[in-house]
Design a protein around this ligand. Structure first.
Ligand code: ZN
Length: 132
């Protein structure tokens, strides 16, 4: 589960490195981890899972916002109020959650298909085997 915690904090699920995104752009991810060398797109279409994860989380947040608005304002709430509360959640959250969805999806992928030693840098493998 350490992998999921790292994925949620924008860190590499394998080594915990936090330098996964290029300097000027939170949305431009390196192809490989600069520390351990794992390639994030481990198979073609890898990031479709991240898009699906982002869609599910964002849709859940929009639905929760609508339900919360109805609970607070009552069932005779105007559609304008529902739109005003749900629209920011529907437009801003998917953009802000995008980098998290990519690192989290990579962590989930690593839990499903564990990393093979050949996927990592030799220097990282040597250092990892000398720890503990
Ligand atoms: Zn790494």
């Amino acid at each position: 589960m350490n992998e999921l915690r790292r994925g949620l904090s924008l860190a590499c699920a394998v080594c915990g490195s936090r330098h996964l995104f290029k300097r000027f752009g939170l949305f431009d991810m390196h192809e490989k981890c600069p520390l351990c060398g794992i390639q994030f797109e481990r198979m073609e279409g890898h990031f479709l899972g991240a898009v699906a994860l982002n869609t599910v989380i964002s849709a859940g947040a929009v639905l929760s916002t609508i339900c919360l608005t109805i609970v607070i304002a009552g069932t005779d709430v105007s559609s304008k109020l529902l739109l005003l509360t749900a629209l920011p959640m529907a437009t801003i959250l998917p953009v802000l959650f995008d980098p998290f969805s990519r690192t989290l999806w990579t962590a989930i992928d690593i839990l499903i298909r564990p990393v093979e030693p050949k996927e990592l840098n030799e220097a990282f493998q040597y250092n990892s085997s000398n720890e503990t």
